[in-house]
Design a protein around this ligand. Structure first.
Ligand code: AMP
Length: 215
């Protein structure tokens, strides 16, 4: 393993964390762990946990801290991997739990995807996810080359995520402001927070990220 820190990506829904995490996995030796993806997998599998959280996720509310922490712990092995945490922590309780129960004394750095919340709503409702391979598109600035067909795997199933509809997006952004913004202060207070300008194009954001990680 390289001696790069574990990465904690922070930012509002639609700020590009998932897209950049996928690029970092290709460029560097990181594994991507998204609590949103882990929860969606549980829903898709019809597990007891999935059935319990489905309605909460569809409304854009947060799933309870204990459930998400348990799912995260079950799916990461810090002794042998370097992770990009995406979508966790979402509030201060989770930030402290990540430090105390998951990271412990492993080095980590938090990176904030800085972008005006006003522009995010449009970004999110235009987001499409390929059901075949998970590639993320945006009909405003990252369209597939051929309409409705995934560039990577050729699937014609490019979908709007259920919680990306306009009404749910408003709720998710409100919850982000109330719950997740305080997390920035938590990391800032400990001198562990860097920022990237997430309003820039995706290649520029990637360059900024790699700079932050290597310094
Ligand atoms: P995301 O893909 O990160 O936008 O997450 C989708 C949904 O999953 C959120 O709107 C929440 O309902 C749930 N979720 C994901 N991560 C967390 C978390 N760390 N804490 C609570 N709920 C979460």
């Amino acid at each position: 393993m390289s001696n790069r820190p574990q990465l904690i990506l922070l930012g509002a829904p639609g700020s590009g964390k998932g897209t950049q995490a996928a690029k970092l996995v290709e460029e560097l030796t990181y594994q991507h762990i998204s609590t949103g993806d882990l929860l969606r997998n549980e829903v898709a599998s019809g597990s007891e946990l999935g059935n319990r959280v489905k309605a909460i996720m569809d409304s854009g509310d947060l799933v309870d801290d204990g459930t998400v922490l348990e799912l995260l712990q079950k799916n990461c092995d810090l002794a042998n991997s370097q992770y990009i945490f995406d979508g966790f922590p979402r509030n201060e309780v989770q930030a402290k739990a990540l430090d105390e129960h998951v990271l412990k004394d492993v080095a980590s750095t938090a990176i904030y995807f800085d972008i005006d919340l006003g522009v995010l709503e449009q970004r999110i409702v235009n987001r499409r996810v390929c059901k075949g391979c998970g590639e993320i598109y945006n009909l405003l600035f990252k369209k597939p080359q051929s309409d409705g067909v995934c560039d990577k795997c050729g699937s014609t199933d490019l979908q709007l995520r259920k919680d990306d509809n306009p009404e749910t997006v408003k709720n998710r952004l409100k919850i982000y402001k109330e719950s997740t913004e305080p997390v920035l202060k938590y990391y800032e207070g400990q001198g562990r927070l860097s920022r990237v300008d997430a309003s820039k194009g995706s290649e520029e954001v990637l360059k900024e990220l790699i700079n932050v990680i290597n310094n």
